[in-house]
Design a protein around this ligand. Structure first.
Ligand code: NAD
Ligand code: UFG
Length: 351
């Protein structure tokens, strides 16, 4: 019998690679599409070490219409998880057109290829960034859209486009998953996040200080109206997120419709909570300085994840200790994160 695949766009990236493991563990066959704009082909060997087989990979761009037509023609694809996209808030302010092109046009191009081939099951990577600065926390899914930058706008627009698509044809099965702050790594330490250059995000920065790549962390503000004055976020382990995707896929497969869910823990942690936990579980000091607030930062927010529990039976299982321990294991085992300056080209599957 020919294999049936789940197409994973952005499949060699941080969340896509971890979700490919969860898919394989659940008996699905992931087929990865990636243009390597923010990932490394060496992740494939690592996935092989974890899954026991190297996932098929197509190297290419999600905006490439002929490539997608050929991909859906060549493989028996039953559903799609769409991770491919750009995600740096600051870059999106400097270069909004690239963000709208990759994130919005990429989603439209993918959905069009799916429609043409009759594949109507789509799990879409959205973000808590669509809520902007929320009125209060925990944030429920019905909180208003208020994206504060082009990245957030691109996710909100994509969500609206998918809602219209579903309205036009209710036999689509679409899940829009709004992630809070994904961190951590697979417990093996073989795959993890690969930030380019100086990390913007807290956890990779803390890891790089702990391993000695960077000298000191700057805490962006300690005068917020939070218990210790530092920013509060809902950090969620990437393997919990990955399992949430599989649960969403199963759900929409059985229930056509448009599903919108927060994926978070429902628990807020401050910058100092993260740093102190990281020091404790890694046994490494994380030197830090208090600095001014980062422009555009929200003081505190966290998810109301109760809908994901009610609908999918999904609940994040891993706490902050595990998130920090797994981030540290990945960083400690891969201090140069593959040294991407010497990244080899991939051998991709031709389609
Ligand atoms: P990532 O950069 O590690 O992964 C994205 C992958 O997509 C990369 O492998 C990249 O090479 C690939 N890609 C980018 N543009 C492409 C294109 N045009 N065609 C084909 N491949 C392309 O990022 P991630 O953290 O794994 O994020 C995955 C998705 O989740 C993104 O859509 C992101 O916006 C969303 N998201 C991420 C976070 C987060 O904090 N990591 C939070 C909320 C939502
Ligand atoms: N922080 C520091 N020092 C640093 C980096 C971050 O103190 O060097 C603080 C921030 O000020 C914030 C917290 O750590 O209080 C978390 O910051 P991150 O940059 O890790 O994450 P954000 O919450 O700013 O944003 C992340 C993603 C966005 C996504 C958003 C959605 O980067 O893409 O979560 O929840 F939209």
């Amino acid at each position: 019998m020919p294999s049936k695949y789940i197409l994973v766009t952005g499949g060699t990236g941080f969340i896509g690679s971890h979700t490919s493991i969860a898919l394989a563990a659940a008996g699905y066959i992931p087929l990865l599409l990636d243009n390597f704009s923010n990932s490394d082909a060496r992740v494939l060997q690592r996935l092989n070490n974890i899954i026991g087989t190297t996932p098929k990979l197509v190297e290419g761009d999600v905006r490439d219409t002929p490539l997608l037509a050929k991909l859906f023609g060549d493989y028996d694809i039953t559903g799609v998880m769409h991770f491919a996209g750009l995600k740096a808030v600051g870059d999106s302010v400097a270069d909004p057109l690239s963000y709208y092109d990759v994130n919005v046009c990429g989603t439209v191009n993918l959905a069009r290829a799916m429609k043409a081939s009759g594949v109507k099951t789509l799990i879409f990577s959205s973000s808590a960034t669509v809520y902007g600065e929320p009125e209060s926390s925990p944030i429920p899914e019905h909180a208003p859209f208020a994206p504060a930058n082009p990245y957030g706008q691109s996710k909100a627009m994509s969500e609206l486009i998918l809602a219209d698509l579903h309205k036009s044809d209710p036999t689509w099965r679409i899940a829009r998953l709004r992630y809070f702050n994904p961190v951590g790594a697979h417990e093996s330490g073989l795959i993890g996040e690969l930030p380019q250059g100086k990390p913007n995000n807290l956890m990779p920065f803390v890891s790089q200080v702990a391993v000695g790549i960077r000298e000191r962390l700057t805490v962006h503000g300690n005068d917020y109206p939070t218990p210790d004055g530092t920013g509060v976020r809902d950090y969620v382990h990437v393997m919990d997120l990955a399992e949430g995707h599989v649960a969403a896929l199963r759900h929409v497969t059985d229930n056509p419709g448009l599903l919108t869910l927060n994926l978070g823990t429902g628990v807020g942690a401050s910058v100092l909570d993260v740093v102190n936990t990281f020091e404790r579980v890694s046994g490494r000091p994380v030197a830090r300085d208090m600095g001014p607030r980062r422009p555009g930062d929200v003081p505190a927010y966290w998810a109301d994840p109760s809908q994901a529990l009610a609908t999918l039976g999904w609940k994040a299982k891993r706490g902050l200790d595990e998130m920090c321990a797994d981030s540290w294991r990945w960083q400690a085992l891969n201090p140069d994160a593959y040294d991407r300056r010497t990244r080899p080209r991939t051998t991709s599957t031709a389609v």
